[in-house]
Design a protein around this ligand. Structure first.
Ligand code: AP5
Length: 222
């Protein structure tokens, strides 16, 4: 029997491990990963006017204006692969206006995962994060080091991954958090993100498999 695909939002402070957990979730549950930050970095890389404007805000750790972000995410959410496989929305919505834009389209998640990580750990994760431009894989110099010298030599660092900038990003995050949470009160689950990434995923995995079971039961009754 066909089960309606899962619809998941994942939120948390900068470098709380959203992208890392999305990789695990995507490979086990086949959901389409839509990361607002990645869409924006692709826009910057394209050299467009929107990309140039977005970068100015990202440099300051502020939210990029809705007229750039909202359309970008909305367009992605209505594509066929997302409709068929379900979605995993990472770093979106980050403000009431973004959440309201989704509500107006009757787009609501089955679950809103909130990764909870202490500030000290967040700074260490940001400063040590590296990206592989060839595979898109996320590394950490201490916690997930590259497998060989060849990969190590090509790793890059994000322009907003400095201690100074992550502190600005954190201020923005805390300013908006409560109001976004209030919209998803009934579906929020808080997960301890301080643990090693495999242990964080164990917890998320158990929540998602129960959710899938529940959906299956509900649909077989109706
Ligand atoms: P975005 O790209 O979304 O950045 P962020 O929210 O700051 O989150 P990160 O991508 O930095 O971290 P993450 O939680 O994915 O952690 P990761 O898994 O990489 O946004 C960037 C900017 O874009 C924003 O500041 C804003 O300007 C703009 N923007 C984005 N969305 C927007 C929106 N909706 N509206 C307006 N503007 C928007 O992990 C981090 C590191 O830690 C890695 O090195 C990883 O290997 C390591 N790690 C992960 N988990 C663990 C673990 N459990 N143990 C040890 N190490 C771990």
């Amino acid at each position: 029997m066909e089960v309606e695909p899962l619809k998941i939002m994942i939120s948390g402070a900068p470098a709380s491990g959203k992208g890392t957990q999305c990789e695990f979730i995507k490979s086990k549950y086949g959901l389409v990963h839509i990361a607002a930050g990645d869409l924006l970095r692709a826009e910057i890389a394209s050299g467009s006017e929107n990309g140039k404007r977005a970068k100015e805000y990202m440099e300051k750790g502020e939210l990029v204006p809705d007229e750039i972000v909202v359309m970008m995410v909305k367009h992605r959410l209505i594509e066929m692969d997302v409709q068929e496989n379900g979605w995993l929305l990472d770093g979106y919505p980050r403000s009431v206006s973004q959440a309201t834009a989704l509500e107006e389209l009757h787009i609501r998640p089955d679950l809103f995962i909130l990764l909870d990580v202490s500030e000290e750990i967040l700074v260490e994760r940001v400063v040590g994060r590296r990206l592989d431009p060839v595979t898109g894989k996320i590394y950490h110099l201490k916690y997930s080091p590259p497998q060989n010298e060849e990969i190590a030599a090509r790793l890059t660092q994000r322009f907003d991954d400095t201690e100074e900038k992550v502190k600005l990003r954190l201020v923005t995050y805390h300013k908006n958090l409560e109001s976004v949470l209030s919209i998803y009160n009934d579906v929020i689950v808080e997960v301890d993100g301080n643990l090693p990434k495999e242990e964080v995923f164990e917890r998320i995995d158990s929540i998602l498999s129960s959710l899938r079971q529940k959906k299956l039961k509900t649909e077989s009754i109706s």
